[in-house]
Structure formats: structure tokens, C-alpha cells
Design a protein around this ligand. Structure first.
Ligand code: SF4
Length: 311
């Protein structure tokens, strides 16, 4: 079985910077609590690594509720961003605040703030309950309407001459296009502001292109990770190939690889490089009928190297 290592994949700049900020905070404040407000990124391995460094995780249905569990020390705000109310409350509690919000998410916050100050009503396409929409909606709750589907658009009751639509950074173009098309039917003057981040777009594009020449794609990532789930979705919907999400190599099931000659591997923007490497190694070690035939027919060769790219 040939293993195709899809690039780009894995850690994006937002995740790299957030991990760096949390490491620095834990090194600079060894004698006081350092708390991660919600999962820094949606990956259990990253959370575990920080737990081993003594960093506490506080989680709750909302960031504001989570913050009520923190009384002292340093609080690190995650790459997903938080609402202004969360920042204000953290400062009012006298906490040392480290803001690890991704610069792409900050840009969405700034856009929403500017539009609402200019008198716009804003439709925001995102996933209810995810921390990123929670933070963005908190910028201007009175001006924003969260929608997840075309049906949500049909239920909107908006009476405004100035209307705009934007979206969560980790969605796919294919998630948003039907919703935006329906919005444009209902509100022909609506302004469209695409906020899908480059890292998400590039990983989705690469996965779809590579999947076309593969029999199967494995996405390494947590089931809590929005961008990992979207990778599975775009491979299925656009390349029409089966795709499975695995958290680690232990999740690989032999029955998936019957009659598979080429398997593509990609990973979500929050998946540690080491986990993806372990999955690739496990796939390369699989003795499928196709691999056994090739191995028998040729002399041993040098092993593949996985040198390039962060993840
Ligand atoms: S997926 Fe995009 S928005 Fe999210 S942290 Fe990475 S770069 Fe930032």
C-alpha cells in the first residue's frame, strides 16, 4: 500500500503561536497557577502535555462560566478568541491575562466590530457552542445573527438596509456557499466577507486534490476539532473518496484497507506532528496484499523520509 503524505497538513501558525505562548507563561510563572481557559486547541494530546507541565485546564459550556473557576494566577486565552466580556472579567478579577488568540480570529473580531459600529446587521455562519463563534458574537450581540444552515437563513427576520455576512474561520467554502447563496436570494444587497483562514483553505484544497488519486484518506485529528472534521467532509463531498478521522494510530482499523492501493494522510491544524508521524509509520508497516506483492517483486530500498513541513 502506498502512503501519500498530503501537504500542507498539521499545525497552523495560530496553533504554533498559542502553544508557544502557553509554554512561555508556564515557564515565567512557575510558582503560581497557570490556567488554560478551555482547550488551547482541540487536541487531547496537547492538553495532556500541558497538564504534565502543571498547567490547569478549566472548561465549561462558555468561557465566562469557565473563568468563574479561576481566582488567581495567569489565565491563557485560547487561539479561538474570547468575547470582550471575558477579557474584562479576567482583568476585573485581577488575573494576569495572556491572550493567545490567533491573528486570523482577531481579524474577524475587528471586522465584526467595525461593521456593527457602521450600523450593519451581521449574519455570522458558524457552529453554535464552538468557542470561536461565542467570542465573535460577544463583540456585538445585538447586531449579530448566528446561522448554521440554509434552514436557519429561511427563519431570519431582518429589517436592515445595511447587511453583511461573515463566518467562522475553520469552515469550508463548501459549508458556506449554499448558505451565502440563500442569503443573497433573500437579501440581494448583502455584503459578503469570507473569513475562512488561509491555513484551513490550503489544507482542504490539498486534501481534495490528493484524494483524487487515492483510494482512501486518513485524517489525523480530534473529533472535537472543527477543521479536522471539515477535512473528512471535503474529501467525501468533493473528491468522492472515503475518509476516516483517527485520533491516534490505535484507531486505524485493518478492514478499512482491504483493496486499498494508495492511502492519503493529512491532519488537522491542531494535530501534533508526532501523532501524524506515528499514523504514517503504522500505515507504512501494514502488510496489505498490494504491498506484499510489490515487496516480493523488488529489491529492498531506502525507507521514505518525512523531512519537510511542520506536521
Ligand atoms: S485554523 Fe486558522 S484561524 Fe484557527 S488557529 Fe489556525 S490559522 Fe488561526
Amino acid at each position: 500500500m502506498e502512503v501519500v503524505k498530503i501537504r500542507p497538513r498539521g499545525y497552523c501558525h495560530g496553533v504554533v503561536e498559542a502553544i508557544r505562548a502557553l509554554r512561555l507563561a508556564s515557564e515565567q510563572h512557575p510558582d503560581e497557577p497557570v490556567v488554560m481557559l478551555g482547550h488551547l486547541v482541540h487536541n487531547e494530546h496537547v492538553t495532556r502535555e500541558f497538564a504534565e507541565r502543571g498547567v490547569q485546564l478549566v472548561d465549561a459550556p462558555s468561557r465566562l462560566e469557565a473563568l468563574e473557576q479561576v481566582d488567581r494566577g495567569t489565565v491563557v486565552l485560547t487561539a479561538h478568541g474570547v468575547s470582550p466580556a471575558v477579557k474584562a472579567r479576567a482583568l476585573a478579577k485581577g488575573l494576569n491575562v495572556v491572550d493567545a488568540t490567533c491573528t486570523d480570529v482577531i481579524r474577524t473580531h475587528e471586522l465584526v466590530r467595525r461593521l456593527s459600529e457602521d450600523g450593519y446587521t451581521i449574519v455570522y455562519i458558524g457552529k453554535a457552542g464552538h468557542p470561536e463563534p461565542e467570542g465573535v458574537l460577544g463583540e456585538a450581540p445585538e447586531a449579530l445573527h448566528l446561522v448554521e444552515s440554509v434552514a436557519d437563513v429561511d427563519r431570519l427576520e431582518i429589517d436592515s438596509q445595511k447587511l453583511a455576512v461573515t463566518n467562522q474561520t475553520t469552515l469550508s467554502v463548501w459549508d458556506t456557499q449554499a448558505i451565502i447563496a440563500r442569503l443573497q436570494e433573500r437579501f440581494p444587497n448583502i455584503e459578503v466577507h469570507n473569513e475562512i483562514c488561509n491555513a484551513t483553505q490550503e489544507r482542504q484544497q490539498a486534501a481534495v486534490e490528493a484524494a483524487a488519486s487515492c483510494d482512501l484518506v486518513i485524517v489525523v485529528g480530534s473529533s472535537r476539532s472543527s477543521n479536522s472534521q471539515r477535512l473528512v467532509q471535503v474529501v467525501g463531498d468533493l473528491a468522492h473518496r472515503p475518509a476516516h478521522l483517527v485520533d491516534t494510530a490505535a484507531d486505524l482499523r485493518p478492514e478499512w484497507f482491504q483493496d486499498v492501493g494508495r492511502v492519503g494522510v493529512t491532519s488537522g491544524a491542531s494535530t501534533p506532528t508526532q501523532i501524524t508521524r506515528e499514523v504514517i509509520a503504522a500505515l507504512e508497516a501494514m502488510e496489505t496484499p498490494a504491498r506484499a506483492a510489490v515487496t516480493a517483486a523488488r529489491a529492498p530500498s531506502a525507507p521514505d523520509s518525512d523531512s519537510a513541513g511542520p506536521g
